[in-house]
Design a binder for this molecule. Structure first.
Ligand SMILES: [Zn+2]
Length: 341
């Protein structure tokens, strides 16, 4: 039983691969966080070790222990498993330990599976060392590398792996899962499914833990303040974001994603495509705000946000890039006129 939400294509490809008896020695699954890479890796480990005819059955002791990460032949290598505490890379020591373990026969299963979660975090030294392991495959050992993007890995490592890119799942598929399996109410399920942007793991986490939605509410509040504020307010917002960029880049990209989706929603409403909006819980507000901008202004703003993201990726001065963006976003209208006019 392959328990993957909205990844039928990837599952089919793996099943075919296993069915022909030509299973690869090393796999690379790529896609954004929450898309299902680890779930797929666990399913693959189950399939490789399950004694049932219909493998993975999900029921046998082997499948269940793999699912709960208690199987001695399935090992996850990630930052947390690297003994040296607050590291930001998976170090060479961890890879050496893995190499040692990979030379042992399976303890009780059919095949040893090593899952490297965050393969882009392998230090250069560790990646080179790991490459040797990939080049000399051992019987009954399979490596599964998980990474956001294969571009972040050395080409030599990538070329050794059977690659599988996980694509965003359909919002309708995620929504159905949230309603059927997690018993969410339809409006909430619909909102989380859309906000997840195709990442079931994100939607499931957000359903069980309010932190993600609280964070969104805070970010949305700051966005509103910047939209309605004058340049002084906007520049102080840009400065706060830029300060955060030094510590946690991804947080700033997430904020800019929120901006993109927000303006995309305004565009959809302007075009009369209300049913395609992502932020379904603030639809009335979006409609009011959309009235305040021309389609050209909305288009230019989305372009500016995308350009800012691009600039930040290629290491532009974060504060300058964000200030420029704040200059390009049209000064607040719509909501403002309604409140004051
Ligand atoms: Zn099984």
């Amino acid at each position: 039983m392959w328990q993957l939400i909205g990844q039928d294509r990837a599952v089919l490809q793996l099943k075919r691969n296993l069915g022909t008896g030509t299973a690869a020695r090393s796999y690379l699954f790529t896609g954004p966080p929450g898309i299902g890479k680890m779930t797929l890796a666990i399913s693959l480990a189950q399939a490789l070790n399950c004694p049932s005819e219909e493998s993975p059955c999900g029921q046998c002791s082997s499948c269940q222990r793999i699912a709960t990460r208690k199987h001695p032949d399935v090992e996850v290598i990630d930052l947390a498993s690297d003994a040296e505490g607050n590291r930001t890379e998976i170090g060479i020591d961890r890879v050496r330990r893995l190499q040692h373990d990979a030379n042992l026969s399976p303890f009780e299963g059919i095949c040893r599976v090593f899952i490297v979660d965050g393969a882009e975090l392998l230090s250069t030294e560790a990646a080179n060392c790991f490459l040797k392991t990939l080049e000399e495959p051992v019987d009954r050992v399979v490596f599964v590398l998980l990474a956001v993007d294969e571009e972040l890995l050395p080409a030599t490592v990538v070329s050794r792996c059977q690659r599988l890119e996980l694509r965003p799942a359909l919002a309708s598929v995620i929504e159905a899962y949230l309603i059927d399996k997690l018993e969410l109410q339809p409006p909430q399920a619909g909102l989380l499914a859309r906000l997840s942007r195709g990442r079931p793991g994100w939607a499931i986490t957000a359903a069980g833990d309010s932190t993600l939605m609280e964070q969104r509410a805070e970010r949305m509040e700051s966005l509103r303040a910047a939209l309605e504020g004058d340049y002084e307010e906007r520049f102080s917002y840009a400065a706060r974001l830029a300060a955060g960029f030094g510590r946690k880049r991804q947080g700033v990209f997430d904020v800019l994603d929120l901006w993109t989706v927000f303006w995309h929603d305004l565009m959809l409403i302007r075009l009369g495509l209300k049913e395609a909006v992502t932020n379904t819980d603030i639809e009335a507000e979006l409609a009011r705000r959309a009235d305040g901008y021309s389609l050209e202004e909305i288009r230019d703003t989305i372009n500016s946000i995308l350009k800012t993201q691009q600039g930040l990726r290629s290491n532009a001065n974060a504060r300058l890039a964000l200030e420029l963006l704040m200059l390009q976003v049209p000064l607040g209208r719509g909501e403002l006129e309604e409140s004051y006019g």
